[in-house]
Design a protein around this ligand. Structure first.
Ligand code: HEC
Ligand code: CU
Length: 360
């Protein structure tokens, strides 16, 4: 047989037949909900298909030319028209409400979710755990723990997809997107890029290892690079000179960044915004995008100076920054400026939070 068809096609057939599965396993908490809606849609489609097929067959037998040579004209039927309007309307509304509820479930991550960063690039997935574990085309996660992925692309559009978890989200250049899931069954699952992204798109695949929490702890301890993302970020913060403006000395030129993450800051245009990952990334690359109220717009742009991975490190660092103690220790004090550690006395120009910053 294999001599008559192309070897590529033969390989494909063999693989397809051995790994044939109509449906991926339901391995996340969302999967049964997503599938329920999917099966409902299939079910009503099959009912509709069946009804049309039966009517077509029945009418073509019943009203065939030999039995019914002269066509009967029907001028409309209100009951019939109301029926075929109202039944689909009800079905569509059910689907709409059901779909909206599922959508909110999929898009609202639980607050205790563990955050992992994913950077897509031609043609691989780079995964960065806050503890400093780096992986390529592999993602290790504990089961029964909500995981939130923060995705970004270094070049073109990619799409991160794990069918067994019913998870799919675009990785977009220049913008963070997030997706969350909770794996329920230990196992190894396919990871795909589902957005055609160039020549080797088909090789932008990998594996998700869903592990029991103990196994995950063991893996995390054995795979760390020795530096957490925040530690890398701290070094970058000093080497890029961020600490020359962002510190707690009285004459600091920039807002104090301790506890800024998650707070509401007032912008120069009077609006308030919440400091999240995207805000931090935007500010570093494009400080004029959201200028913080009460400061001269002197922050330089770091566009082209920090890689996507470096930005993630900085974001992680600022996220975890609860006091200025360590920043103040790294600033160059040779000019003899007084360096304060600990709380800033009232009346100085550097309050512990940026002006207008309100803790949520
Ligand atoms: C020349 C001084 C200067 C340097 C260097 C500097 N910044 Fe800034 N930064 C500012 C000023 C001034 C503001 C407030 C005005 C604005 O938003 O543009 C600011 C705002 C910010 C904000 C928003 C603060 C808030 O309260 O929401 C963040 C985050 C930030 N900077 C991070 C950084 C990082 C990270 C670096 C290093 C890569 C850096 N800055 C380097 C002066 C500086
Ligand atoms: Cu891709």
């Amino acid at each position: 047989m294999q001599h008559f068809i192309s070897p590529v096609l033969w390989q494909f057939l063999v693989k397809w037949l051995t790994h044939f599965a109509i449906f991926p396993p339901e391995a996340s908490s969302i999967a049964p909900y997503a599938d329920a809606l999917y099966f409902f849609l299939i079910f009503i489609s099959v009912i509709g298909l069946g009804a049309v097929a039966i009517l077509v067959t029945w009418f073509s037998i019943r009203y065939r030319q030999s039995r019914n040579p002269v066509a009967t004209q029907i001028e409309g039927s209100t009951i019939l028209e109301a029926t075929w309007t109202i039944i689909p309307l009800i079905l569509f509304m059910i689907t709409f409400v059901w779909g909206a509820l599922l959508y909110f479930r999929i898009y609202s991550p639980p607050p205790n979710a563990m955050n992992i960063y994913v950077v897509g690039k031609q043609w691989m997935w780079k995964i960065e755990h806050p503890g400093g574990q780096h992986e390529i085309n592999a993602l290790h996660i504990p089961i029964n723990q909500p995981i939130q992925l923060t995705l970004i692309s270094q070049d073109v559009f990619h799409s991160f997809s794990v069918p067994a978890f019913r998870v799919k989200r675009e990785a977009i250049p220049g913008r963070y997107t997030t997706v969350w899931f909770e794996a329920t069954r230990p196992g190894v699952y396919h990871l795909f890029c589902t957005q055609y992204c160039g020549t080797l798109h088909s090789q932008m695949i990998g594996w998700v290892y869903a592990m029991k929490p103990d196994d995950y702890q063991a893996w995390a301890a054995g795979s760390t690079s020795g530096h957490s993302l925040a530690q890398n970020g701290e070094r970058l913060f000093a080497s890029l000179g961020c600490n020359s403006c962002h510190n707690s000395t009285p004459n600091a030129h920039g807002p104090n960044l301790a506890s800024v993450y998650g707070s509401h800051v007032q912008l120069a245009n009077g609006q308030y915004t919440t400091v999240d990952d995207a805000f931090l990334r935007d500010t570093i690359l494009n400080p004029t995008l959201h200028e913080v109220a009460g400061y001269a717009p002197i922050m330089p742009t770091y566009q082209g100076q920090v890689s996507e991975d470096g930005l993630i490190d900085l974001v992680e660092y600022i996220k975890r920054l609860n006091s200025n103690y360590r920043i103040d220790q790294t600033i160059d004090n040779s000019a003899g400026q007084p360096v304060q550690t600990g709380a800033t006395p009232a009346g100085t120009s550097a309050p512990p939070l940026a002006p207008g910053a309100v803790k949520p």
